[in-house]
Design a protein around this ligand. Structure first.
Ligand code: ZN
Length: 365
């Protein structure tokens, strides 16, 4: 399928102005100020975008695609995610993971759901493991999972500083991180240790202690939910200033909202490339409620529309930064020739009108 998008205002995420974009198969083949559409036999679909904005498809690195929770027993299990809700939230790449419930939900089911979503049009990856140590694997060995299973790009979410955590020791965490590091190297993957941070007193201290006492690279670790309370967020700012990645959870209202967190982090002049945002979609929220994937779109667009944050800055945590963190760049997280054709088209009020995923139009509204 060859599609030509005419007159698109492109944020790659840096703003480069009006371009035509030629999509061939799953890729962006050309991006130029003017691509003539003379060959109507080859170009099957020409869409005049009338200066609509184009953003890279969002990357959500924390999605409970099988549903999470069960915090109040079996009736409280959260449902699986539906492809439509992901696409409506602008998510064209997602990383699925298990949470606290690694008993009634398995990595085999997670893998099957990730495969199903991929066949439905988006790109998916997954983390091995669950909240606890010893962690679950698909092949009985985490290094093998990373080397042999294409979809596995790390381990997570391992819970720290949380009453639901298995409270791993520094040595247990170090062993796990070492295996993830080796598996990532051998498999050519990011090799991420994705860490759930709860409201517990310890906060990031175990992670900081581990990093200070090991030879592992800091970029391997991605602590998430770091905006869930003011104390943890303060610690996260310091951690980020010292070179660590931090992942913020969209839809946060009890802690620090994404727009407040962005404001604080920008004021502190952290290295913006270290900041990512994910949704925690379909996870159960302590005290009731379910994480919604729509939050990732609403929060990022809210930062642009209501807070006046420059679109390129607001987009980076869910596009370029996330892609680099997960070692998917420049295939994902950017609009450029040779990248996957994952493109969001928005009107002048930032309403999502069309979504292309790997070159196919999968949403039009
Ligand atoms: Zn979590």
């Amino acid at each position: 399928m060859i599609t030509l998008l005419k007159n698109v205002d492109c944020y790659c995420p840096e703003h480069i102005g009006i371009r035509d974009i030629l999509l061939a198969g799953e890729k962006i083949y050309k991006m130029q100020p003017d691509i003539p559409c003379t060959d109507r036999i080859l170009i099957e679909n020409v869409i005049d975008c009338g200066e609509m904005k184009a953003f890279p498809g969002f990357i959500d690195q924390h999605v409970h695609i099988l549903g999470g929770g069960g915090e109040e027993g079996f009736p409280s299990h959260v449902e699986e995610i539906h492809i439509d809700s992901m696409v409506k939230a602008g998510v064209t790449t997602a990383v699925g993971l298990l949470g606290a419930d690694g008993i009634t939900r398995s990595l085999a089911s997670l893998y099957a759901k990730a495969k199903a979503l991929e066949l439905q049009g988006i790109t998916t990856f997954m983390y091995s493991g669950w909240y606890s140590v010893p962690f679950r694997t698909l092949t009985q060995d985490i290094v093998s999972d990373l080397v042999l299973i294409d979809k596995v790009i790390g381990v997570g979410e391992i819970a720290l500083a949380d009453h639901r955590s298995s409270n791993p020791t520094r040595e247990e965490l170090l062993k796990m991180a070492s295996q993830v590091h080796l598996g990532g190297m051998l498999g050519g993957k990011a090799g991420i240790l994705h860490l759930h941070l709860g409201d517990g007193k310890a906060g990031l201290s175990l992670l900081i202690d581990l990093i200070n006492n090991s030879d592992l690279p800091m970029e391997e670790f991605v602590p998430t939910h770091t905006n869930r309370n003011p104390r943890l967020f303060e610690q996260a700012i310091e951690y980020c200033l010292s070179g660590g990645n931090i992942d913020l959870t969209a839809g946060e209202t009890a802690g620090i909202t994404i727009s407040d967190a962005f404001g604080r982090l920008l004021d502190k002049k952290v290295d913006w490339h270290l900041v990512t945002v994910s949704s925690d979609a379909n996870g159960s929220i302590p005290g009731g409620g379910v994480g919604s994937i729509q939050c990732i779109y609403d929060d990022i667009i809210g930062c642009i529309r209501e807070e006046g944050i420059d679109p390129s800055t607001a987009l980076r945590p869910v596009t370029e930064n996330a892609a680099k963190r997960l070692k998917l760049y420049p295939r994902k997280g950017t609009l450029q020739e040779g990248s996957d054709a994952d493109i969001l088209l928005l009107d002048e009020d930032y309403n999502l009108k069309k979504v292309f995923a790997r070159g196919k139009l999968i949403l039009e509204q």
